[in-house]
Design a protein around this ligand. Structure first.
Ligand code: SF4
Length: 283
């Protein structure tokens, strides 16, 4: 029996604005809150600043959106098959305020259910963004969907370090995430690594070379660029302070970001290294 709380939802496809508004028409979050909130990414997570999502609660996993298949079919048909006007385009970012492959997905399988629906009702474009490795479970469906939609498999790999001193453990091993990227790429599915936000990297050259082998492109970001407030929101979290306390203070600066960007572009080439919002919105 499923013991996760179910959240009522009138709509599963949400109109985008702000950071993702240039490239996507809708975001899709199958979960409310996120099961990776206690990991490294939870310490900087931008979604935790959205009061509409947290409703005053501390950042965590809140539940599963109800009747996900019906909601997708209903929203899709409303967008793509209107009675009187031309079908509108549907460019989905999955997900902006949760992880479609958070630990709960192993059992709940709502992301898998959505992919099954999407193979029948394909969006024009979709980015599937995760910090986890469970996405390989759905490689068959994703490869199938990639034949019908413009699709990117996007894994965040913030660093080459398995553990950053002073920070929580990562959602999954960076080395394993890179293996996942390589696996999708070998199946002909477009892949991107999001080094976002920039975290202390042990060996920048070696990391760039590894990424060059496993994915089609890299999106590099820094919280001073990408948190939507020039770093003000992130400064309300422990993230910058933890960096400073672990003697990684220079990683709080744009000078460090620019230096990593130059090194990445030397290894991968200009076109394969995109930056912040412009990169995320390039589909
Ligand atoms: S996986 Fe994404 S949404 Fe979840 S805590 Fe990490 S950054 Fe936030």
């Amino acid at each position: 029996m499923n013991t996760f709380p179910f959240i009522e939802n009138r709509s599963i496809l949400t109109r985008t604005s702000g950071f993702l508004g240039e490239g996507y028409t809708h975001s899709l979050n199958a979960y409310a809150g996120c099961g990776f909130s206690g990991s490294l990414c939870g310490s900087y997570c931008y979604a935790q600043h959205n009061h509409w999502i947290t409703q005053g609660r501390s950042w965590g996993f809140y539940g599963i959106k109800q009747d996900i298949r019906t909601a997708y079919r209903r929203d899709y048909d409303r967008i793509k098959r209107p009675q009187r006007s031309q079908p509108k385009s549907l460019m989905i970012y999955m997900s902006s305020s949760t992880d479609p492959y958070c630990p709960q997905e192993q059992r709940a399988q709502v992301t898998r259910a959505l992919l099954e629906e999407m193979v029948i009702r394909p969006p024009d474009a979709i980015v599937i963004q995760t910090h986890g490795t469970l996405i390989t479970r759905d490689i068959d469906l994703i490869a199938e969907l990639a034949k019908q939609s413009k699709l990117w498999v996007s894994l965040t790999v913030e660093t080459d370090r398995e553990q950053i001193p002073g920070f929580p453990a990562q959602a999954s091993s960076p080395a394993k995430r890179m293996e996942v990227l390589a696996k999708f790429r070998s199946q002909g599915v477009p892949t991107q690594a999001t080094v976002s936000p920039l975290c202390p990297i042990e060996n920048i050259q070696r990391f760039a070379e590894s990424l060059e082998r496993v994915c089609d492109r890299v999106i590099l970001d820094h919280y001073l660029l990408g948190d939507g407030s020039h770093g003000l929101r992130t400064r309300r979290t422990s993230f910058p302070q933890l960096l400073a306390e672990a003697s990684f203070g220079e990683w709080n600066t744009m000078e460090k970001f620019e230096s990593v960007l130059s090194q990445f572009r030397l290894v991968l080439g200009e076109e394969r290294v995109l930056v912040s919002a412009k990169g995320f919105n390039s589909i």
